[in-house]
Design a protein around this ligand. Structure first.
Ligand SMILES: Cc1ncc(COP(=O)(O)O)c(C=O)c1O
Length: 369
């Protein structure tokens, strides 16, 4: 899969098919794990990227200190009894809080909160089940999505958690999702994040509260974690597969992209164009960070541009290519954004060198509740 021709075995699987190159996955996991070990920071990979129990176990075997999930149904599908899982999402809504508290009966469960309502709901659910849930206060460090706005708000919320039975104050969560400059240009933004974290931890310390966990990280900032000295763990997700957005922002190379959609050319009726059987229902409509790039990268035809998607058709402009794909030919597409792409597929094809591709069910596909 790292070469630019399709392996013979992949000529026979039904398309469109999402394929995963096991060697690239192992390499991606190993590289981050080794960096994190040297930087003295834990890895708590976000499993929303791969949604596969098999890969979660690979990450844990490589030294991950626990797992991250976006939704409680994902956490249930991906984690096992005895493990440690963080819901990096507000546990608002009875179904969410109650299912999370249920999970806490046989594993370590934490959740990120940014409101007193979430604290109250989680406390009620924890009391009902008799389990203890650890909470991290989600602090906004610049993405402006979730997170309490100021360090003083973070302290108030931590004190509310501390007063609640069934809950434990474990620390803070930050998500520097607004930082996606190339690694060498992240220093100023990382400095601003550090300042918020420092101020928050100082307030907590003065109030006698301990933050044993400072959960941070993303794929774009993962290899800059040594520049965030207070961060204790990173929740990188996309790093495990990578995609065209991580390539175009200089976080990796094409060879580091493990997840690729194999598609078949089904039409060449229109001049300068071929059509593949992968549309928005296989690739997603997520745009590229490069506005001229189209809806994914065709590995065998780098000059081609996936210019339009309908649900089941991908229109590829091949006018710049010296040769053109023929009808029936198979093409490999690296998606722009791999995480939602995985969620579109019931199964993936697991590719090990010298073995036939193996179809593997995507355990947490559709687990968005
Ligand atoms: C809260 C949170 N943490 C961690 C991540 C992982 O980020 P990335 O996929 O860039 O590694 C995400 C991604 O959406 C997220 O929302």
């Amino acid at each position: 899969m790292t070469v630019d021709t399709i392996q013979p075995d992949l000529q026979s699987i039904p398309t469109p098919a999402l394929t995963i190159d096991a060697a690239v996955v192992r390499d991606n996991i190993g590289r981050l794990s080794e960096y994190a070990r040297r930087a003295g920071v834990g890895v708590r990979p976000h499993t929303k990227t791969h949604k596969l129990r098999h890969i979660a176990r690979m990450q844990l075997e490589a030294g991950a200190i626990g797992l991250t999930a976006a939704k409680v149904s994902e956490a249930a599908a991906i984690s096992d009894s005895g493990e440690d899982v963080l819901l990096a999402y507000p546990p608002i809504g009875r179904h969410r809080a109650e299912q999370l508290a249920e999970l806490a009966k046989d594993r370590t469960v934490r959740a990120a909160v940014d409101s007193e309502a979430a604290v109250e709901m989680m406390a009620d659910a924890a009391l009902q089940t008799g389990a203890t849930v650890g909470l991290l206060v989600d602090v906004n460090v610049g993405m402006d999505r979730t997170g309490v706005p100021t360090p003083a708000d973070a302290l108030r919320l931590a004190q509310a958690i501390d007063r609640s039975k069934g809950l434990r104050v474990d620390g803070i969560m930050i998500y520097p999702g607004h930082i996606y400059d190339p690694p060498t240009k992240q220093m100023t933004a990382i400095g601003a994040v550090n300042a918020i974290v420092e101020e928050t931890l100082e307030l907590w310390q003065r109030a006698g509260l301990e933050a044993s966990i400072v959960s941070g990280g993303s794929t774009p900032t993962a290899y800059q974690s040594h520049l965030m000295p207070r961060v204790t763990e990173i929740r990188a997700g996309a790093y495990v597969f990578n995609d065209m957005n991580t390539v175009r922002c200089s976080y990796c190379a094409i060879e580091n992209c493990a997840a690729r959609v194999v598609a078949t050319v089904v039409s060449d009726a229109i001049s300068g164009q071929v059509v593949i059987d992968a549309g928005s229902k296989s690739l997603t409509r997520d745009p590229s960070s490069d506005p001229n790039a189209g809806f994914g990268y065709v590995v065998e035809f780098p000059e081609a541009r996936i210019s339009k998607l309908s649900e089941e058709h991908g229109q590829i402009d091949v006018s710049a290519c010296s040769t053109r794909p023929r009808i029936g030919e198979r093409l490999t597409v690296i998606p722009n954004h791999v995480c939602p792409c995985v969620n579109l597929h019931d199964s993936v094809w697991w590719i090990e060198a010298n073995e036939a591709p193996r179809e593997v069910r995507v355990d947490a596909r559709g687990k968005v509740q």
